[in-house]
Design a protein around this ligand. Sequence first.
Ligand SMILES: [Zn+2]
Length: 177
Amino acid sequence: MNDYSSAEERLSRLWAPWRVEYIRHSRKKECVLCTAPAEGDDESTLIVHRGKWNFILMNAFPYSPGHLMIAPFRHTADLDGITREESNEHYELVKLGVSLLRMATHPDGFNVGLNLGRVAGAGLDQHLHTHIVPRWLGDTNFMPVLSNTRVMSEALHSMYGRLREVLPHGIKEARAD
Ligand SMILES: [Zn+2]
């Protein structure tokens, strides 16, 4: 164990019992990063924002409240295979996601990153996505409070509302850069 693995280590130490449900779901064949945007109901599928090539989605089985994922619309696991346009916008949406979470939830910090391949912890290893996990001092202690599925779903939808509320400010800020 060394410092290089510490971000992943800290994530795995977050007690997130609802992720058992996620592991059950992920055995299904369909790719949620393809089916969610295709459904066309962004509120129920927790899509916060659509770009031209990528979108921002709330993780329904989060490591912490506000856990976002940025994914290309195109179903690909190949980081080298994404176009410059897709890649540039992907990073723009990572920045937008961080900025929305800052405005909506004032976290103390973030874990941001890609898990490539199942061995690296990617639950959806066939469709690229960047995680943004907001972190609060002491969050390992308060997360288990949300372990109940119904409470979790309410928390997700109220967080969705907050993120959508600050979205116009986030987009305006990003354009001003
Ligand atoms: Zn997919």
